[in-house]
Write a protein that binds this ligand. Structure first.
Ligand SMILES: [Zn+2]
Length: 212
């Protein structure tokens, strides 16, 4: 990933791990509080996945030419819409997106798919991770609402468009698999798996998966 622009760099850290935010000058003050939980997210996911953050640094870069977020190894590009003032945060929080992209450092960058049939490895885990962070940050009730939203998002697609298996080889273009079967349904199925296995066995298996 290559991003070039007149960026200001806000330097943050988690212990000795550099965590930096690359933003335009006008956005520096808002970016400081918008990104401030990033080190906590890295710490949370490191513990949850049983695998320490795998890279030497983590950067987040804002750009006008990006819709949501896109992860690359040790750096994420985020649309400049991530920057807003505190009042807008009430209605348009990007915290979940920041968490989702951070989780991709494990799910997508450390562990990556062999073919697009397995898009769930990136996006179901990314989406489940943003739910887990939401629940961790805001509590059970907020987490339950988030999970219900994800389930309903999948059901709308299943009801109005089509149904397919989560692992799906019959795609025309890779982006065909970036749908509500992969993101929210995959996340909810991972939640079901965790419920069946129990918290500790589920976390232990995630760690084994990351190590192997
Ligand atoms: Zn994603």
């Amino acid at each position: 990933m290559l991003a070039i622009g007149p960026f200001e760099v806000i330097e943050d850290s988690l212990g000795s791990l550099p965590v930096n935010y690359w933003v335009y000058k006008k956005d520096v003050e808002d970016a400081k509080w918008i990104f401030k939980n990033t080190p906590k997210m890295i710490d949370f996911f490191s513990r949850l996945f049983g695998y320490k953050y795998p890279w030497a640094k983590y950067d987040q870069v804002t750009t006008p030419r990006q819709g949501g977020g896109a992860e690359a190894t040790s750096a994420t590009v985020l649309g400049e819409q991530v920057i807003h003032d505190r009042r807008a945060e009430q209605d348009f929080s990007w915290e979940k997106t920041i968490a989702h992209e951070t989780a991709h450092q494990w799910w997508g960058d450390l562990i990556t798919l062999r073919t697009w049939a397995h898009t769930w490895l990136n996006e179901s885990f990314g989406t489940y991770s943003d739910y887990l962070y939401t629940r961790h940050l805001r509590g059970e009730a907020e987490g339950a609402v988030d999970l219900l939203r994800k389930k309903n998002q999948y059901l709308r697609e299943a009801h109005n468009k089509y149904m397919r298996p989560i692992v799906f080889k019959r795609y025309d273009r890779p982006q065909d698999n970036f749908d509500s079967h992969t993101y929210p349904k995959g996340a909810v199925v991972l939640h079901m798996l965790r419920f069946i296995m129990g918290d500790s066995p589920f976390s232990e298996r995630l760690a084994i998966f990351c190590i192997s």
